[in-house]
Each structure stands twice: as C-alpha cells, then as structure tokens.
Design a protein around this ligand. Structure first.
Ligand SMILES: O=C(O)/C=C/C(=O)CC(=O)CC(=O)O
Ligand SMILES: [Ca+2]
Ligand SMILES: [Mg+2]
Length: 411
C-alpha cells in the first residue's frame, strides 16, 4: 500500500467555503498512529470514523465501514450506499463538533481509499483530443475517425495508482529527440500533468454481459480526481500504433476522497450536442450524466488553469457502456478516468503540453519563473468542486497533489 499523504487539510485552490459540509460526504481512508487504517467521511476540517459511528447507532453497515479500504462497503452496492446516505443525512448536520468520533484532518494521514482493480483512461474532451492531435500529428485531421462514434480509451497500469501527496519520480526511458535519427535513454525532459476526473466502480459485472448505460449508477459508487502524469517525450516515441505505454505507466495520482455519485445530483447537466446520432448502446437521451465539475490546477501554488468538466463530449455513463459492450467485466475498485479535461479557452487546458503549446509558449508564473514542462521539485495540485443543493452548500471533490522527485541514475 502506498504511504500516507502528508499535508491533509490544506487550503484548496478556488474551492468555495462550505464545500465539505454534510451535503458532500466524501469517503476516504484515514491513518492514525497506533491504529489500523479506517474508513472516514469528511465533515468540514474533520473526519468522522463512520465504522464506529455506525456501530454506535446500531447500523448493519458497521462491519463494512470499519475496513481499512472502501472495498467492502462499495461492494455492498446501491441499496447499502443509499442506506448510508440516509443515515449520514440525518447524523452529520446534528453532530456535536466535540464528538469523540470526529478527528481533525490535520491529525490523520490519508491513504489510497480503495484497492485499484483495473484502470482505464479515456480521451473524452474534444478540445484536448484536438489539441493533442495538432501537437502529436500535425497535418492530420485533429480527431481520429472513430472519435465522435465511440469513447476512445486505453488500459492503464492499476498497480502504479498512488494517493494524493505521494512523490512522483521523474521517469527514465527511450526518447528520440527532434532532429535526431537515433533514440537515447534519458530522464524525461517533457514531464507533464493531465487533470482528470475518475469514476470508481463499486459493483462488478459478469464477463460477457454488457452493462447498459442505464445501469451506470448501479455500478459506480463515486468520483475522485486524477492526475495522469505523462512523459511526453517517451510517449511521442513509443505510442504508434498501440497507444500510451511507459510514458504513462510510472504513476497516476488520485485524490484521497471519493465523492459518492449521490452527492452530485445538482451537478448533473446534459452532455454537449452530438455531432451525429450515436449507436443505440451509447444513446444517453434518457440518462444524461454530464457533470458540472469545475476543476482548478495550480503549479507551485500559482493558479494556471480552470478546466470545465461540463463540456466533456462523452459522459462517464457512455464510457462504462462502451467499456463493457464487447464483454469485459467490471470488478469492485475498477477506476476509469475521463481523459484530460480541457475547455475551449486558453486557460481551460488540463495539461502543460496544451497550456504551453508543446513548449513553444512557456508559462510565466507570478514568481517570475517560466515553465514549459515540470521541473524537479515542482508541485501540482488539481482541485474541483460542483454545485450542491443550494448556493451555501457546494460539493468539494478534494484535491490531487504531487511533487516531482528527481530521476534515478540512468540504467
Ligand atoms: O493524442 C494522443 O496521442 C495522446 C493523448 C494523451 O496523451 C491523452 C490521454 O492520456 C488521454 C486523455 O487523458 O485524454
Ligand atoms: Ca490521460
Ligand atoms: Mg497514468
């Protein structure tokens, strides 16, 4: 298991006050000295030990909520999730701030909240896909032919998913520098971020049986934030024709909090208009799962981008239907990420390769330094929030934070 994250409870970039009130019910796993890790639900700047609280209230969910990961609780499925929500909706607003089961965030470490089963990364932002097409494949159409017909994705590396706060070692690998005929092995010079939203599967499915789009909320427990660290120089040399491999396999960071889908009811929006009718299994007319999530990205504490999730062309429900249509099954803990969230505006791009246009237009940070790609010691934080039941109760999605560690010596 990855190490506990330091710096829990730090101030979030651009996330409104009150984002972790009783409406949000972000689930994580907390680590306290001398104790086994336990499931916790965040309430403002504290965490409720939900296993012990459930035991105190005589709830039959107490065993599943007393585990060192969210796995057992997520595997109970939507009826149990709804039961827990009803209980927390009643309990949290009336909880005594001095309750012994509420622990200040600053006193706990935060762990990877679930065992990552399989990991898939999609490519659902039209702006991001078009930008990457222009940068990686100049002279070719901005989008691949299939892009408007199906949610393009690739299978990633589940075992290198780490919790927010874990250091990210600069990868070493093969690159072919521009203008050079021969490849060489170097520490990546084009280390990048990708700001994404992740969806966490609670209930699995049977191999060979597709999961219809309408069953999305029966399978997916909640949402986390993802930073899909990407070595653009490794990626550019290796990716044809099978797609990302080592350039994205070394680390993928996720937030320590998983926000239940049920907390995002007020954030649901229709997806953008489709360019042409989609296949029946992707038709989401009756199940719109667009989500108005507002992301923020900081680099060395400076705000560099505000990617809007609401404009994503493919929704997570369509992605789940597509992922399973050929017969692939789901497992508890499967993680599928949206793809980099980029909007049409310059300051809405979710990666440095887009923000600096392949390094040609460096970012100037308020401290006077410039960046094209990440330098050793750089820290990136991705945050997000969504509209909640009313203006005073926005829903916070926490943060995913990572600092770049220097590369190991070349092999
Ligand atoms: O267009 C490409 O060749 C590569 C695209 C990416 O690197 C993006 C990716 O990982 C999928 C996404 O995050 O949207
Ligand atoms: Ca990605
Ligand atoms: Mg990755």
């Amino acid at each position: 298991m990855s190490p506990a994250a330091p710096g829990a409870g730090t101030v979030l970039d651009g996330v409104p006050a009150g984002a972790f009130g009783p409406q949000t019910q972000a689930h994580g796993v907390v680590d306290r000295p001398g104790e086994r890790p336990r499931v916790g639900v965040r309430l403002h700047d504290a965490v409720l030990d939900v296993g012990r609280a459930a035991r105190r209230d005589g709830l039959d969910l107490a065993d599943a909520l007393s585990e060192p990961t969210l796995d057992a609780f997520m595997a109970l499925g939507p009826a149990a999730w709804a039961q827990e929500r009803e209980w927390l909706d009643a309990l949290l607003p009336s909880l005594d701030p001095a309750d012994e089961l509420l622990v200040p965030l600053g006193q706990v470490g935060l762990r990877l909240p679930f065992t990552v089963a399989d990991y898939v990364d999609f490519y659902a932002s039209r702006e991001h896909a078009s930008n990457l097409g222009a940068l990686f494949r100049p002279g070719q159409p901005p989008l691949p032919a299939a892009w408007t017909h199906l949610p393009v994705g690739y299978h990633g590396r589940a075992g290198t998913v780490v919790v927010s706060g874990t250091g990210v070692r600069r990868p070493v690998g093969q690159v072919r520098p521009p203008g050079s005929a021969a490849p060489e092995v170097v520490a990546s010079r084009r280390l990048d971020i990708e700001a994404e939203v992740g969806f966490v599967v609670g209930i699995g499915s049977v191999q060979g049986e597709p999961v219809p789009l309408s069953a999305f909320a029966d399978h997916v427990f909640g949402v986390c934030l993802v930073d899909d660290w990407s070595a653009r120089d490794l990626q550019a040399w290796e990716y044809v024709p099978l797609g990302p491999f080592l350039g994205k396999s070394f680390a993928t960071s996720v937030s320590a909090w998983v926000t239940p889908l049920s907390s995002l009811a007020a954030a649901r929006v229709p997806a953008p208009p489709r360019e042409h009718p989609v296949q029946a299994y992707l038709d989401d007319t009756d199940h719109p799962w667009g989500l108005d999530l507002r992301l923020g990205v900081t680099l060395q504490g400076h705000h560099v981008s505000s990617p809007p999730f609401a404009g994503m062309y493919w929704t997570a429900a369509q992605q789940l239907a597509h992922l399973t249509v050929a017969g692939a099954s789901l497992r508890t803990g499967d993680l599928f990420a949206s793809g980099t969230v980029s909007g049409p505006g310059r300051h809405q791009r979710g990666s440095l390769i887009e923000l600096t246009w392949g390094g040609a237009e460096p970012l100037v940070l308020p401290d006077g330094t410039t960046r094209t790609f990440l330098e050793d010691g750089d820290e990136v934080v991705v945050t997000a929030w969504a509209p909640g039941p009313d203006e005073e109760h926005p829903v916070g999605l926490g943060e995913v934070r990572g600092r770049v560690l220097p590369a190991r010596p070349l092999p």
